[in-house]
Design a protein around this ligand. Structure first.
Ligand code: GLU
Length: 449
């Protein structure tokens, strides 16, 4: 490995040893881009890597809200504005009990390279809170969002930092956040958030974009292998917005999702989650903040497995983890390889631990990295920003065609980056390198700060 890369990784490991997820992503990305540093000694002279692993700005804030019984609660809010070299900071907000500084920082770091990969002018950011929306009433969620935005609104804006949704933050929360932003600012700047409702500047296809984009990317991978998506069976983890988009587009292209999972269960539906009724039911479960899939299994008469994961099943062609970070560790990776399934397409952010990832890479299974696969979500967010600044709205067909060609392009530039450095068919390194090269060069040209 390049000595400069090695040194910066070990500095980060030492300095941020308590930030497990952040250290993990830095190690993964930087080791992939090692050949770039061999070719660009000027990046070391300019201290590019040391700057890249330190957010431009990161802050936390107190978010106080009262529950329906009038009891006050205090949560912590975060926003990490990691890198603004190629555009305004852009990235979602995650509301989940386990959110901490390390998780927000890892997501913002990943976001920087993913956003660069879209080919659009967006920097990297992420935010969130340890607020747990599960079991909270509509009014409580609204008050929480209003309080969150009251703390954040001075530091975001259409040309500054543009938050969006992530886990625990969907269209409903974005609505409350935007309402409060508008109320505090006193002007209509809807380019400040993406993932908005269609009546106030949202983009068609944004809710579907991450999942649709993932399937378009998968389509390219299959195509390269001389294979086709038609008739393919897919196992997805999760049943949130992203998994739903995957199910929907897969079914439109003649494939089907036959397994989905929750945090503590999975269902097997051999006919596939393909009908409108089933897809709507999945959405409804998510809307109710449900974590269990028993209701789905009962309603559609399929196998339900409590307290189990499906890794290792071999009656599918493709695995697509869509739930959360680090869902696949060494044990799961071993089961995946033993199953003989040929394709492992990451969708959620950093679903695979570094140890599991190296094991999978050695096994010869075809792997696509989430940084590329899920980039259609934020890509369409950027299209939403364009529509807002032009004060118009593109048709569904227009947005979807842009999304499709964006995904084809992401696949192509990743492949080209890997080939340029003699790495062969390595979509992981390719995606890291393509995103990295753009950000590094922009920082280099903008001088030292
Ligand atoms: N949270 C999503 C992601 O991980 C979307 C971010 C956005 O649309 O800004 O990319």
């Amino acid at each position: 490995m390049n000595a400069y890369v090695e040194r910066v990784i070990s500095e980060v490991k030492e300095k941020y040893k308590d930030q497990k997820e952040f250290v993990q992503t830095v190690e993964e990305v930087l080791s992939s881009v090692s050949p770039v540093l061999d070719r660009h000694p000027e990046y070391e002279t300019a201290g590019i890597l040391e700057r890249m692993v330190e957010p431009e700005r990161m802050f936390s804030f107190r978010v106080v809200w009262t529950d329906d019984a009038g009891v006050p609660h205090t949560n912590v809010g975060y926003r990490c504005q990691f890198n603004g070299a190629i555009g305004p900071y852009k990235g979602g907000l995650r509301f989940q009990k386990n959110v901490n500084e390390s998780i927000i920082k890892f997501l913002a770091f990943e976001q920087t390279y993913k956003n660069a990969l879209t080919g659009l002018p967006i920097g990297g950011g992420k935010g969130g809170s340890d607020f747990d929306p599960a079991g909270r009433s509509e009014a409580e969620i609204m008050r929480f969002c209003q309080s969150y935005m009251t703390a954040l609104y001075r530091y975001i804006g259409p040309d500054q930092d543009v938050p969006a949704g992530d886990m625990g933050v969907g269209g409903k929360e974005i609505g409350y956040l935007f309402g409060q932003y508008r109320r505090l600012r006193g002007d209509f700047k809807n380019g400040v958030l993406t993932g908005k409702g269609l009546t106030y500047g949202g983009s068609l296809i944004r809710p579907e974009a991450t999942g649709y984009g993932a399937i378009y990317y998968l389509n390219e991978v299959l195509h390269q292998q001389g294979d086709t998506i038609r008739g393919k069976k897919i196992a997805v983890t999760g049943f949130g917005n992203v998994a739903w988009g995957v199910m929907k587009k897969a079914s439109q292209l003649g494939a089907r999702v036959t397994y989905m999972s929750g945090p503590n269960c999975y269902v097997k539906d051999p006919e596939g989650i393909i009908t409108k009724e089933k897809l709507d039911f999945v959405l409804e479960l998510r809307r109710r903040n449900e974590t269990d899939l028993k209701a789905y299994a009962d309603r559609f008469g399929c196998e339900y497995h409590a307290g189990e994961k499906f890794w290792g099943v071999n009656d599918v062609d493709i695995y697509m983890p869509c739930a959360t970070q680090n869902e696949v560790g060494p044990e799961e990776a071993k089961k995946i390889v033993e199953s003989g399934v040929r394709y492992y397409i990451e969708v959620s952010n950093m679903p695979t631990t570094n140890e599991a990832l190296s094991y999978l890479r050695r096994s010869g299974i075809i792997i696509a990295p989430s940084k590329a696969v899920n980039a259609g979500g934020v890509g369409v967010s950027s299209l939403e920003m364009s529509q807002n600044s032009e004060r118009l709205m593109w048709t569904e067909e227009e947005v979807e065609e842009r999304l499709r060609s964006m995904m084809v392009n992401i696949y192509r530039v990743s492949l080209e980056a890997a080939q340029k450095y003699g790495l062969g068919y390595d979509l992981i390194s390719g995606a890291n390198i393509a995103g990295f090269e753009k950000v590094a060069q922009a920082m280099y040209e903008q001088g030292i700060f």
